[in-house]
Ligand binder design. Sequence first.
Ligand code: F6P
Length: 550
Amino acid sequence: MKRAFESGAHRALKEHQSKLAPVHLRELFAQDPGRFQRFSLELGDLWFDFSKNRLTGETLELLLALAREAGLEARTAAMFEGYPINNTEGRAVLHTALRNLGGTPVMLRGQNVMPEVFFELSRMGAFAESVRDGSFRGHSGKPIRRVVNIGIGGSDLGPQMVCEALRPFWKPGLSVHFVSNVDGAHLYETLKVCDPEETLFIVASKTFTTLETLTNANSARRWIVEAFGTEAAVARHFVAVSTAEDRVRSFGISPENTFHFWDWVGGRYSLWSVIGLPIAVAVGLEGFKELLAGAHQVDRHFLETDLSRNIPVIMGLLGIWYRNYFGAPAHAVIPYDQYLHRLPAYLQQADMESNGKSVHRDGSPVVGYQTGPVIFGEPGTNSQHAFFQLLHQGTGFIPVDFLAAVHPLHPYEDHHRILLANCLAQSEALLKGRTLDEVRREMAEEGRSREEVEALAAHRVFEGNRPSNTFLYDRLTPRNLGRLVALYEHRIFVQGVLWDVNSFDQWGVELGKKLAGRIQKDLEAGGAAGGHDGSTAGLLARLVRTPAPE
Ligand code: F6P
């Protein structure tokens, strides 16, 4: 099969882009009073408005043709049906099975995976409930009040983002913490607020080989053993979540305290598995299942809805439109929802580790087009006072996703109105901009002198025509959060298919890890063994020579 970017659909899109590029979004809205309805989609109480994009019905048709050229539907079916689409690691990609609560069989190499999925889910749920109701106790008999998840990357960002998002649903008196960085400051500052008698550590690592996680877990283990004066305390203060039971056992955590998942769950797609244990502890098994149910609804929507009304497909195609036809270097995700403050960080891994690739699935180089953009973001309104200047007036444009809850989960309704007003105002400003004439008129109305107007007018012009999507959901419930996350997951998948890259491996993280091992040995030996470039050798020499401050 030809790649999408070698097809006639691609050539047609290039031609279409050159016609549409000079057209302003103001004109598109003026021409079509029904534009908002035409370019909005609904799923449960989630509303997806993509009308503020630089597209027409024809654009959408052409993008859909591109998706068909890439074989998107067949590739989607292959993922859901357990084919080893992660071809460089010979693995299936079945995180969707983890939220398949209806239990329809999901076959992998002739075996239905659902019984083991439900088995681990119920083990995890029972354990989480025992921590919540105080029946699981620490070594000295006290109930657990703090749970510290030790993990990094997918074993940290997903559960952390979800726990933060669902804070209003946490059980009072029980808190969850996340330690990821090998920088000892992370563990040190976390342990300062923990009492060993009431602390449970979850060591979360798919491979159980990750240096950062094992280093933090070993230090936490020492902290527990020193506090209780016995190794026996480890069994009541440590559990593990992993695919590598043998390595967990060698670390000293028993199989009863180990929750299991499988190599067909990618690290950055694993929050739905037992990696979600901190979520289940914080919000309970029922809350966790609601999260799964929301994601499952999106899975069905993705599988069953015609491409033209399929939200993740449209999200993905819009990203392709801007990345590959307008040269947009980045994509901003701006939750006007403080509870989603870790969503951009989570999506950075999910998207950039998945689609930051420069070879095709068959190993041939990607030539002539770009793959994954930079993903970044911060909650609104904070981001308005930080980098929105560039979004409004920087050279080029960066498409933005705005996300907001219609109703807040806090009592400050007046704050919420201000928040929502800002959210809509920003997307409107990006769309409309402000012309030179409008600036001149406004400044004259403000009573500014002609000289002032001439000196400042150009600086106050906004070209507008900058695209955005807006997601509105009723409240940030576990179900809505599950929907949102699954939408982004499938968006990533769609784009990976169109770029023909393997979105499920991450070879790009290997080299740094390997070199760090060598440099660590150099640091321990007090000097470089050679083989480094001049800069690295120079920095290393400086590090080993610099004495610790008094
Ligand atoms: O270094 C990247 C990575 O492999 C991620 O893909 C993964 O989520 C993270 O490290 C943590 O891996 P593990 O869960 O095996 O400790």
